[in-house]
Write a protein that binds this ligand. Structure first.
Ligand code: MLT
Length: 264
């Protein structure tokens, strides 16, 4: 399905009934990464996934956006779907966007899941890395970004033993136009620090991280868990950065336990 949101046609899925769960995808992927969660959870919940602008089946991005703009688009889509308060699940860049949603629209957040993400802004070195990656995307396109990102997204065991997962993730990256990749990189480089925000978060919060995540290591998740009062940290063995896609059964079980414990 598509909806015209802030001048862009956003692609989304909206399935099932019950408490809404809204899933925010990682860089440089699409709503396809949440398929294992859609399959497992639509029986019990209303599950919404979307392609951020410049990703998947949403319109291409022809100008710069910030992560706050992405957050506004997400909330505008929820307005369109008549969803008020909801549980958000954001992985990596999706987590950065979730911090922006909480900062700007705290009343919309009933609970949050911060998966394989971090609260810190980019270091100067990190920003330089983004600029280099944007140059690579511009010169060589999405396939060069896929080569670079796959070892960062997936655990070595997934790369060696799960060619099906590697192929699916590569396909998602190849379907992201280079304009979308470049805007993400600029938006992530410019994002504010969310460390100060952590102690203000009062809603139930689940923090999930793949044990072998090299992009946002377990220490980043512990840092958030130590500062968010009402939070629980779960580490998933046999997963890297894309924990929901590499180990969907463990991820879904953790998510369902969290939702049940807090009666969300
Ligand atoms: C992601 O998975 O969204 C990215 O690794 C986030 C980042 O590059 O900071």
């Amino acid at each position: 399905m598509k909806a015209a949101i802030n001048g862009i046609n956003l692609a989304y899925t909206d399935k099932g009934q019950g408490t809404p769960l809204v899933f925010l995808h990682a860089f440089p992927l699409s709503k396809v990464m949440w398929q294992p969660q859609v399959h497992a959870l639509t029986e019990f919940y209303r599950v919404v996934t979307l392609d951020l602008p410049g990703h998947g089946e949403s319109d291409a991005l022809l100008w710069n956006l910030t992560l706050d703009d992405y957050a506004k688009d997400v909330v505008s889509l929820l307005d369109h779907l008549n969803i008020g308060q909801t549980v958000f699940i954001g992985l990596s860049m999706g987590g950065y966007i979730l911090f922006s949603v909480y900062r700007n629209f705290p009343d919309r957040v009933k609970g949050m899941v911060l998966a394989d993400t971090r609260a810190q802004a980019d270091s100067q070195e990190g920003k330089a890395g983004r600029r280099a990656m944007a140059q690579l995307a511009n010169k060589e396109g999405s396939s060069a970004i896929a080569d670079l990102m796959l070892p960062k997204l997936l655990a070595p065991s997934t790369v060696q033993q799960r060619p099906d997962i590697v192929k699916q993730v590569r396909t998602m990256i190849l379907q992201t136009p280079k304009e979308g990749i470049i805007v993400d990189l600029m938006a992530m480089a410019d994002r504010p620090d969310s460390i100060g925000l952590l102690s203000t978060i009062t809603c139930p919060t689940l923090i999930i991280v793949g044990e072998d995540d090299v992009a946002t290591p377990v220490t980043e998740s512990r840092y958030m868990a130590d500062r968010i009062t009402n939070s629980t940290l779960i580490t998933i063995p046999g997963a890297g950065h894309l924990s929901n896609f590499e180990q969907p059964a463990s991820f879904n079980q953790s998510l369902q336990n969290f939702l049940a414990t807090h009666r969300l």
